[in-house]
Design a protein around this ligand. Structure first.
Ligand code: COI
Length: 356
C-alpha cells in the first residue's frame, strides 16, 4: 500500500510520477511462477484470422475438456523478457523474432497465428499493464509467456475449430538454482528429445513434456539438466531441455546447426552475431560428443537461462570439467556483451532493442 514505508519506487516512463512496485521480495527471484495483474487474450475460429484482442485481469481460463490443446497437444509457446532501465524505460529484446517463430510453428501445428505486428503490440500492452511487476534494474526481468492453442473442442483427431492467443507475464531471476555459477550436465544416451521430420524445431508444448523423465532422473542424480544427442547416430549434440548448447575451442565458437530437430533460439542466433562482433570465428555445424569433451569451454543459451556456463559434462562413465569451477573467459565475455545490450547498458548497434 502507499502507506508502506518500505515500498519500493522506481522511475516510470508511462507517467512522470514514481511507480510503486509490487510488494514482493525482489532480491530473491528465481524462475518460479508469480501471478501478476493482467493477461492478454485473443480468439479466432479455424480458417479465420486473429483480429482483436484485449487485456483482462489475470486468472484461470475456461476450456472444454475436449479442447485440442488438452487432448492432442495442439499448442505452441514463446518466451521473451522485458528489462527495466535505470531511467525507467522498459526494454524488449527482438520481439519480432518471437512473433516470426510463432508463425512458423503455427504452420507446423495447423494453427492460425497473430501477425508480427499483432504479436508485438500485444506483448507491449501486456508488459505496460503489468509494469509494477518488472523488477528494478539488476534484480531480474519480466518473463513474457505467449501461448497459442487449439482451444475449441475436438474428439476425432483434427485441428481444433477455435484458437486462443494468450500472453501472461511473471517476474523472474536466474533460471538455474546455480544462478550464474556453472551447471553440471549429463549426456542422455537412451532417450531423445526430437527426431528427423518431427517437431523438435518448433516450440510446441509437447517437446517440453517429453524431456521431463530424463530431466527428473538427471536431477535426482545431482545434475542440473540433460544434454540430448541426435536420435539417428546418437553422436551429434542437439540441445539441453530448455536451452541451446555451444562449445568453445580456441577462437572458434561452435553450435549445432538448425536442421529441424533443434529449437532455433533467439538468444542462440544473437550470440552468434555478438561473437562475430567480438572477433570470434563462429560455426553452425554438426558438433560431436568428442568436440564437446575436447572443448575449452561449454555454455548454454536461451531466453530463460540467458547464458549459462557449463562446469562439467558427464558422458557414460567419464566426467569432463571446464573453467576450474569458475565461469569461462569466453562465456563471461559473451554474457556481458549480450546482457548489457538487453539491459540497455550498451549502445544497440544491431537494432535489437524495442524501447517502450
Ligand atoms: C525460454 O528460454 O524462454 C524457454 O522458452 C524455455 C523454457 C523451458 C523456460
Amino acid at each position: 500500500s502507499s502507506n508502506n514505508v518500505n515500498s519500493l519506487r522506481v522511475a516510470s516512463p508511462a507517467s512522470d510520477v514514481a511507480l510503486e512496485l509490487a510488494d514482493i521480495d525482489w532480491d530473491n527471484l528465481g524462475f518460479g511462477f508469480l501471478p501478476t495483474d493482467y493477461m492478454y487474450m485473443m480468439k479466432c475460429s479455424q480458417g479465420e484470422t486473429f483480429s482483436k484482442g484485449e487485456l483482462q485481469r489475470f486468472g484461470n481460463i475456461e476450456l472444454s475438456p475436449s479442447a485440442g490443446i488438452l487432448n492432442y497437444g495442439q499448442g505452441l509457446f514463446e518466451g521473451l523478457k522485458a528489462y527495466r532501465k535505470h531511467d525507467g524505460n522498459i526494454l524488449l529484446f527482438r520481439p519480432e523474432e518471437n512473433a516470426t517463430r510463432l508463425r512458423e510453428g503455427a504452420v507446423r501445428m495447423c494453427m492460425p497465428a497473430p501477425t508480427v505486428e499483432q504479436f508485438v503490440e500485444a506483448v507491449k500492452a501486456t508488459v505496460l499493464a503489468n509494469e509494477r511487476w518488472i523488477p528494478p534494474p539488476g534484480k531480474g526481468s519480466l518473463y513474457i509467456r505467449p501461448l497459442l492453442m487449439g482451444s475449441g473442442a475436438v474428439l476425432g483427431l483434427a485441428p481444433a475449430p477455435e484458437y486462443t492467443f494468450l500472453i501472461y507475464v511473471s517476474p523472474v531471476g536466474n533460471y538455474f538454482k546455480e544462478g550464474l555459477a556453472p551447471i553440471n550436465l549429463v549426456v542422455e544416451t537412451e532417450m531423445h528429445r526430437a527426431t528427423p521430420g518431427g517437431t523438435g524445431g518448433v516450440k510446441t508444448i509437447g517437446n517440453y513434456a517429453a524431456v521431463l523423465q530424463a530431466q527428473s532422473a538427471a536431477k535426482a542424480k545431482g545434475f542440473s539438466d540433460v544434454l540430448y544427442l541426435d536420435s539417428t547416430h546418437k553422436k551429434y549434440l542437439e540441445e539441453v531441455s530448455s536451452c541451446n548448447v555451444f562449445v568453445v575451442k580456441g577462437n572458434v565458437i561452435s553450435t549445432p546447426a538448425i536442421k529441424g530437430t533443434i529449437l532455433p533460439g533467439i538468444t542462440r542466433k544473437s550470440i552468434l552475431d555478438v561473437a562475430v562482433n567480438q572477433g570470434f570465428q563462429v560455426e553452425e555445424r554438426l558438433v560431436t560428443v568428442d568436440d564437446l569433451l575436447d572443448a575449452d569451454e561449454v555454455f548454454c543459451t536461451g531466453t530463460a537461462v540467458v547464458i549459462s556456463p557449463v562446469g562439467s559434462i558427464t558422458y557414460l562413465d567419464s566426467r569432463v570439467t571446464y573453467g576450474n569451477d569458475g565461469v569461462g573467459r569466453v562465456s563471461q565475455q559473451l554474457y556481458s556483451a549480450l546482457t548489457s545490450l538487453q539491459m540497455g547498458l550498451a549502445e544497440d548497434k544491431m537494432g535489437w532493442i524495442v524501447e517502450l
